[in-house]
Design a protein around this ligand. Structure first.
Ligand code: ADP
Ligand code: MG
Length: 390
């Protein structure tokens, strides 16, 4: 799904109000009836609202839906994108939008800039865009969701990511600085880096391996398990101190983070550890002599004051919200599983299920590919502030 902001400059303030009305109405209605849109927009005179509705539908920000009882409209992802961009623009979080630098399994990543010209990243969460290959047994659960419920999950995902990034960044973990959150989007610091997946060799694999394992343990000591800790979600940044260049791993991608109190916490912890262990063996031919780290050791002596999972829950990302997302994450799997499903199992493993595809796979828009990430992200001189006419 492309983020196309061409139409953004042509929207009038009434159009924005109507778009917001459709969003508001969507909370309780799968399709929002026209009289409700009119009511929520608070605009006088029916013809004005109709004009706005057709303008919005024409550029694909809302879509007309018919059901047995009445016709109505629903918000599209394009409409949701516009609403989020507008909020970021008004809050001065984003001033301009550049090119797309990544297509995650369930996100689109764009380079953007702040009004001061600081390079930032806009992550648009797009749950529901998934390869059905990795979820064969659960496709009914996925298929029976409508667009609105995917949007709802995408919002939850962005809210969760932002909440966890805030506490992690504050506590000095190497994560991008979160800047803002609106709906299904998060704005964050741009990390000039390459994913670990793209790094051919590192001068001292043992050192980086140790740092990554320490990070997994440090997270557990604050009550958290990343849950998708692998070569796709670790960005490697070069840092020059004096004439020495060091490689610093930065952790990203937090929608599947779980509490160390989660029923399957041990499994998630062990899986994160195993991912790194296996990757270093395969890629860098590095095997650590030390066993572990082990979950039981990692959470020893952790008190509730230390726990960031409790803090995040108290700050608004509730247990109920977490549960809703958990179910999806369990079904959808992480980057690692997706990549392996897409490429077939890597080198030393038996070749996977290539050729066993069915029709559903053709719906899958995404495959994690190294080419998805471009080297030098450009911020186009596209001024959102001007485009929106304010
Ligand atoms: P997904 O949940 O879809 O896997 P990620 O958050 O992992 O999304 O981001 C996908 C890709 O986008 C990453 O592998 C990375 O290349 C790029 N990316 C994400 N966040 C940043 C950032 N803050 N700075 C630079 N690149 C980023
Ligand atoms: Mg990722």
């Amino acid at each position: 799904m492309k983020l196309d902001i061409k139409a953004i400059r042509y929207l009038s303030s009434e159009d924005w109000r109507v778009l917001q009305a459709v969003e508001q109405g969507s909370k309780n209605h799968e399709l929002v009836p026209t009289p409700l849109i009119q009511h929520l927009a608070g605009l006088r005179g029916g013809s004005g609202v109709h004009k706005c509705i057709s303008a919005l539908a024409k550029v694909g920000l809302i879509a007309k839906v018919k059901n047995a009882k009445y016709d109505g409209y629903r918000l599209t992802y394009g409409g949701l994108d516009y609403l989020a961009l507008n909020t970021h623009r008004k809050a001065n979080s984003i001033y301009s939008l550049g090119n797309q630098i990544g297509i995650g399994k369930e996100s689109d990543i764009y380079i953007t800039a702040s009004p001061e010209g600081r390079r930032l990243v806009l992550k648009l969460h797009r749950l529901g865009r998934i390869s059905f290959r990795s979820v064969k047994n659960n496709r009914d659960y996925l298929r029976h969701r409508n667009t609105g419920s995917w949007m709802f999950l995408s919002r939850l995902s962005a809210q969760k990511e932002h909440a966890f990034m805030c506490v992690l960044h504050r506590e000095g973990f190497p994560v991008p600085e979160p800047v803002a959150w609106s709906r299904h989007t998060v704005v964050m610091e741009f990390i000039d880096s390459f994913p670990l997946r793209m790094i051919e060799s590192v001068p001292d694999p043992g050192k980086m391996y140790g740092e990554l394992m320490d990070m997994i343990v440090a997270l557990a000591q604050r009550g958290l398990i990343h849950g998708d800790f692998n070569e796709f979600n670790i960005l490697v940044k070069e840092e020059t101190v004096g004439d020495k260049v060091t490689l610093k791993p930065i952790l990203i991608d937090f929608p599947q983070t779980v509490s160390t109190n989660h029923a399957n916490a041990q499994m998630y912890f062990d899986r994160d550890v195993a991912c790194i262990r296996r990757y270093f063996e395969r890629r860098f031919k590095y095997t650590s002599d030390e066993p572990g780290p082990f979950f039981a050791d990692a959470i020893k002596g952790v008190t509730s004051e230390m726990r960031l999972d409790i803090e995040v829950e108290a700050s608004g990302f509730s247990k109920k919200m977490a549960k809703e997302l958990d179910r999806y994450v369990e079904v959808a799997g992480g980057d690692q599983e997706e990549a392996e499903a897409a490429h077939g199992a890597d080198d030393d493993e038996v070749d996977g299920e290539e050729g066993e595809e069915d029709e559903d796979d053709q719906e899958a828009e995404h495959e994690v590919a190294e080419e998805d990430v471009q080297g030098d992200p450009q911020v186009d001189d596209l001024k959102l502030a001007e485009q929106l006419g304010s």
